[in-house]
Write a protein that binds this ligand. Structure first.
Ligand SMILES: CC(C)=CCC/C(C)=C(\C)COP(=O)(O)OP(=O)(O)O
Length: 402
């Protein structure tokens, strides 16, 4: 392996040859490859199973050429029954894949990994039954590889562990005044800051002493094995962006002053399954280039999909959230309080809002379909798959059964 100094730009191969979005991404990947081992120390026990070079270092299969197992065609929508079937239906794509064997295998690996990290110690049966492995199987239909699907199961389980232990569950030690400093440590666990001598030693001790931080760091390591540096940075930054909203909820809980619905929604739209959906291309083994990921119409579409899915979460978790001694923000509870209406009527309004976001996503997707980028089409289909799998999972997990 040539010994390139990271600061000697003359030593790096200069991207040459064909230009264009895909060509640029591939030649940049090749040019950066020699630097990568200097920065990336993957964690032992991060759940990765497989041999050969890290996925990032090989040329990823083109989604436009060769045998294409997964169609780029958009999924059909349906009015789907949910809950006890007495509420108006949710407008949502069809679930693409239910592969129980794959879901169980991913869950088995997830539980083994969770035991190593220490999250949910003393509650492992409950954690296993929650079925985050099944969620990842349902929500990421464009990979059949348990190692790739595990990435999504781990990241979601780790984000949810932070949600339970830091933000929502008073019984598990969540406390609004402790939330912001804990979230700041998450950022340092997922994105270790440069060495500060003795202070870094103390930081490391703090990270190792908190299973939630261990899990987030370990899951990020598994992500990094299969991603470009840009994709890893995307996950880190979007996690921190989501945490701004968590800080707002903590203030509202502490002050016991529920926000108006508009204000909750403004925060919730940045704290949604958009975060989880940023894993779609990583799990699929390709990369949506940053300029397409950041394209405003695409960003809007993904936020519409993420918001719709998180409203599904609010619909299923209302009883659980109302039961905490410091109730968490939930759109149904907030609509009922603001409108002075029943929970049933507030639920119907939330369903309407969900369907509004799905129809908005569909409009955005149609507008974007004119763009000639297969990765974009594949990602948008992935977002449809995510919405569908998310609805399927919320209806079947033990997490929201009271
Ligand atoms: C935790 C995670 C996977 C982040 C993305 C979506 C999100 C913010 C949540 C599902 C957390 O929301 P909430 O606290 O309402 O979830 P639960 O009702 O506790 O499952």
């Amino acid at each position: 392996m040539p010994n390139f100094s990271p600061f000697d730009t003359s030593a790096a191969p200069v991207p040459a040859g064909p230009t264009g979005l895909g060509a640029y991404t591939l030649s940049l990947r090749a040019a950066l490859q020699p630097y990568r081992p200097r920065f990336e120390g993957f964690e032992d026990g991060d759940g990765h199973e497989g041999s050969g070079p890290p996925a990032w270092s090989v040329t990823l299969p083109s989604v436009s050429g060769g045998e294409r197992r997964h169609s780029l065609a958009p999924l059909a929508y349906r009015e789907r029954e949910w809950g006890d079937g007495t509420y108006p239906p949710l407008y949502c794509p069809e679930t693409v894949r239910v592969d129980d064997d794959l879901g169980e295998e991913v869950n088995r690996r997830l539980v083994a990994w969770a035991e190593r990290t220490g999250i949910h110690e003393g509650r492992m049966e409950e954690f296993a039954a929650t079925g985050f492995g099944r969620l990842a199987m349902l929500a990421h239909p464009d990979s059949d590889d348990p190692d790739m699907v595990l990435i999504a199961a781990q990241m979601n389980a780790a984000w949810w562990a932070a949600d339970d232990y830091y933000a929502d569950e008073t019984e598990l030690g969540a406390a609004p005044t402790e939330l912001p400093p804990r979230l700041a440590l998450v950022t340092s666990a997922m994105d270790p800051p440069p060495d500060a001598g003795e202070y870094t030693v103390q930081l490391e001790e703090a990270v190792r002493g908190d299973p939630v931080l261990v899990a987030l760091r370990s899951a990020t390591s598994h992500v990094a094995r299969h991603s470009s540096p840009g994709q890893v940075m995307r996950i880190r930054n979007i996690t921190s962006q989501m945490y701004v909203s968590w800080a707002a909820y903590a203030a509202w809980r502490y002050l016991e002053t529920p926000p108006p619905v508009w204000r909750y929604l403004a925060a919730r739209q940045h704290d949604s399954f958009y975060t989880s959906m940023t894993l779609i291309d990583i799990v699929g083994g390709y990369e949506l280039p940053a300029d397409l990921f950041g394209e405003q119409r695409f960003h809007t579409a993904l936020m519409q999909a993420g918001t719709a899915s998180v409203l599904v979460n609010d619909l299923h978790s209302v009883a659980k959230e109302a039961a905490d001694e410091l109730p968490d923000s939930n759109v149904i509870l907030l609509i009922a309080a603001e409108e002075g209406c029943s929970i049933r009527e507030a639920t119907e309004r939330a369903v309407h809002l969900h369907n509004h976001f799905v129809r908005g996503f569909e409009r955005s997707r149609r507008e974007l379909s004119a763009l000639p980028f297969p990765e974009l089409k594949r990602f948008l289909r992935g977002a449809q798959g995510w919405m569908a799998g998310c609805l399927e999972w919320h209806g079947s997990t033990s997490r929201y059964q009271s």
